[in-house]
Design a protein around this ligand. Structure first.
Ligand code: ATP
Ligand code: MG
Length: 424
């Protein structure tokens, strides 16, 4: 599809029109800007709508009833609006036009200067496709050929790529992330500058790196992580990155036909990336990237088990479920089945299991609600205490003996039977 600047109309959400209108009525300029404009033009659903304005933060705050000082020193105020229909609250980041200083610590720009010029604000942005602004009155403001790069499906730095990567090396990884999300290629000059600056990524915080890597992995083209390696960023992602089997991951991503998913599914993507790694190194990798504990736990369980065969044996399947939990067991078997169906070679080599049979047995166990966890045992600790047992480790031992019995014979999950056999 071709985009021309003249007749471009973007359907702004009502809240965004309200914020722009309110700032306008107070004599300020305001535009929706960045990712939301890029995504609207691509007919993708924007994640969030950011607004840029010449109003200073205190002037923004004066226009609205409820605001939060999100990053007021960088010019960002979040405007909170109430949804008329359901009363829920939504936040919109409104940022004053600014010129960024250098990102000395690789985290935040040092010394932000506010500017009255929209062009200057667009100029500080990373890529041409991210540097467009829109409001209903002015139409599309595209000072750096963002539209033409959208048409050509190219990620290109605004201005001189060497300078832009010198200011903030995270942009190197962002280039690959956006290419993967949008299915674009990186412009030649931008790519050459990436190679010259890849090492600068070492000054960027792991949190920022992880945010971009997670978005890349959850994108429609996660196999484009091979560009992270090809463009020499590997050693600066985290210590274990160079040991990951990127080729196998890329093959799996294609074999599984992975689509874009919400970052809530990140554990699955990290699990696949680290498939075959032992638990300790998987956890080390995820911890270094400052992932949250839930993701560290679930991704490392998947990594450890994806290429480890599961015996088609009812008891063994229950023991594994006990160890990793029902939710993950379901996900693990589903993934294994897809790896099998996709004929993914790392899986085919490592797993001789009959995954269909394993899955059939697991589904049957679940369909019959067979007990697997202590909380599903017909006898509780309190029952034993009521029968005269003293509180202490013996209770735990008795209950776990009982659970072993019902794992093998679910029909015996019956209070009087178990108490007779194991207690009296
Ligand atoms: P997403 O859909 O992932 O949120 P996005 O384009 O909104 O994509 P953000 O990281 O939310 O990306 O940043 C919002 C906008 O701010 C970008 O579109 C870009 O204009 C600008 N921006 C963000 N980070 C940088 C950076 N490190 N250097 C320059 N500009 C940046
Ligand atoms: Mg965004």
């Amino acid at each position: 599809m071709e985009y021309s600047k003249k007749d471009i109309k973007i359907e702004l959400p009502e809240d965004v029109r309200f914020i722009i209108g309110k700032l306008g009525a107070a004599g300020h300029e305001a535009y929706a800007v960045g990712g939301c404009i890029r995504d609207s033009l691509l007919k993708r659903k924007p994640d969030d709508w950011d607004i840029t304005t010449n109003a200073l933060p205190r002037e923004v705050k004066a226009c609205f009833k409820r605001t939060v000082d999100t990053g007021i020193e960088h010019g960002t105020v979040t405007v909170i609006l109430k949804d008329k229909k359901n009363g829920g609250l939504s936040g919109y980041e409104v940022t004053t036009y600014r010129i960024d200083g250098e990102y000395k610590d690789g985290r935040h720009p040092e010394g932000v200067t506010f500017t009255p010029s929209l062009r200057e604000d667009l100029k500080r942005r990373d890529f041409t496709v991210n540097a467009m602004a829109y409001n209903d009155e002015a139409g599309l403001v595209d000072e750096f050929e963002g539209i033409s790069d959208l048409n050509a499906k190219v990620i290109r730095c605004v201005g001189d790529p060497d300078e832009r990567f010198d200011e903030d090396a995270l942009r190197i990884l962002r280039a690959v992330r956006f290419a993967a999300q949008l299915g674009f290629v990186i412009d030649k000059d931008t790519e050459a500058a990436i190679l010259r600056h890849a090492e600068n990524l070492k000054n960027v915080s792991k949190e920022r790196i992880q945010t971009e890597l997670t978005k890349l992995l959850c994108s429609a083209n996660p196999y484009m992580i091979k560009d992270v390696k090809r463009l020499s960023m590997g050693p600066y992602i985290c210590k274990g990155f160079e040991n990951t089997d990127i080729e196998s991951f890329c093959e799996a991503a294609k074999g599984l036909g992975l689509k874009a998913v919400s970052v809530k599914e990140r554990h699955v993507r990290y699990g696949l990336l680290l498939a075959g790694a032992d638990k300790k190194s998987a956890r080390g990798f995820l911890r270094e990237l400052k992932l949250d504990n839930d993701t560290i736990n679930s991704a490392s369980v998947l990594a450890e088990n994806l290429l480890r065969p599961v015996k088609a044996d009812r008891y063994e399947i229950k023991k594994l479920t006990q160890k990793i939990g029902r939710g993950l067991m379901g996900e693990l078997l589903e993934l294994k089945k897809k790896l099998f169906e996709g004929g993914v070679s790392s899986y085919m080599k490592a797993c001789s299991e009959s995954i269909e049979e394993v899955k059939y047995i697991y589904d049957d166990i679940e369909a019959h609600n067979e007990p697997i966890f202590l909380k599903e045992l017909a006898v509780k600790g309190a029952d034993l205490i009521a029968l005269g047992e003293n509180e202490g480790p013996r209770i735990g031992k008795t209950l776990s003996d009982m659970l072993e019995e019902v794992l093998k014979h679910p029909e015996n999950n019956e209070k009087s039977y178990l108490i007779n056999k194991f207690f009296l």
